[in-house]
Ligand binder design. Structure first.
Ligand code: IPE
Ligand code: IPE
Ligand code: MG
Length: 265
């Protein structure tokens, strides 16, 4: 499946696993190098603002500024897919004021960044259930996806009303429907058939998942896709996150050895 595209993939296996005849000297495990797909749980906007005595929405606005910087910096670091968690299926539990403010921020980001994203060669996509979103926001999302569909420098995916369990359930329902209609034989429902029905169909699995703000949980993010991701948790609140910290995290990732269940030589 698409996960084969990840940078770590076969390149992270011991050389002997790929080339049975390779010499002992060549068997040293190459570092995983640059993570092709980085996914970020952008957390800590609220604490950043309330710690200063400001409304939570000020933190979200500052967070959106950080998104712009990271989107610009990512391709220069060699990152080709960047996935950002912006609003979870659980975030509807927040105050109406905060939810409406966030939705407005998403619309404004798309409107104001459309030209720059196009110029920088960014292909923008969204994952999550769009059904409950306002029609104006949905139109903006559809529009920017269509406008940037031909771009290849960076694949930016933003998760809005996204939940890993919700996505898996919707994919399971689609698979059941496909089996019921005879489109696929029930026995043919393998990993690839399932992954093709996830919102992330066509995207590689994340190599590295970063969460800011010091929380060490995944909060329903990319549950299926992160099966073999590497994780980094930083205490930095998202509005304080910089391209320099991203570069440092990417460098640390390069020292990791990804085994995917195999045994290092
Ligand atoms: C992350 O920051 C952004 C969203 C979930 C929309 P938070 O708003 O969760 O900030 P904290 O965790 O309350 O500080
Ligand atoms: C996860 O952050 C969702 C996003 C970053 C969009 P939350 O702040 O909602 O997660 P919890 O509630 O701390 O687990
Ligand atoms: Mg939070």
């Amino acid at each position: 499946m698409a996960g084969n595209e990840t940078a770590g993939g076969a390149a992270a296996l011991p050389a002997t696993a790929r080339e049975p005849g390779a010499s002992r000297a060549a068997a040293a495990t190459p570092p995983a190098r640059v993570p092709a797909h980085v996914a970020v749980i952008m957390d800590g906007n609220g604490r950043w603002a309330t710690g200063r005595g400001w409304p939570r929405l000020v933190g979200h606005r500052r967070g959106a500024e950080r998104v712009k910087e990271v989107v610009t910096a990512a391709p220069d670091l060699g990152i080709r897919w960047l996935t950002l968690y912006a609003f979870s299926t659980e975030n509807w539990k927040r105050s109406v004021e905060e939810v409406i403010g966030l939705m407005r921020l998403f619309s404004r980001y798309i409107e104001r960044e459309a030209d720059r994203l196009s110029e920088e060669g960014v292909r923008m996509r969204f994952i999550g259930d769009r059904g409950p979103l306002e029609s104006r926001l949905r139109r903006l999302m559809d529009g920017i996806e269509a406008r940037t569909a031909g771009n290849t420098r960076l694949n930016l995916t933003v998760a809005i009303n996204y939940g890993g369990r919700d996505e898996i359930l919707r994919a399971a329902q689609a698979l059941v429907a496909a089996a019921a209609s005879g489109e696929i034989a029930p026995g043919a429902a393998d990993e690839a058939a399932f992954a093709a029905r996830l919102d992330t169909a066509g995207l590689p699995d994340p190599d590295l998942v970063i969460r800011t703000s010091g929380e060490t949980r995944i909060s329903n993010f990319l549950l299926w896709q992160s099966a073999y991701a590497e994780y980094e948790f930083t205490p930095t609140l998202w509005p304080d996150f910089t391209p320099a910290e991203l570069a440092a995290i990417v460098a640390r990732y390069g020292q990791r050895e990804r085994r995917f269940g195999a045994v290092a030589v």
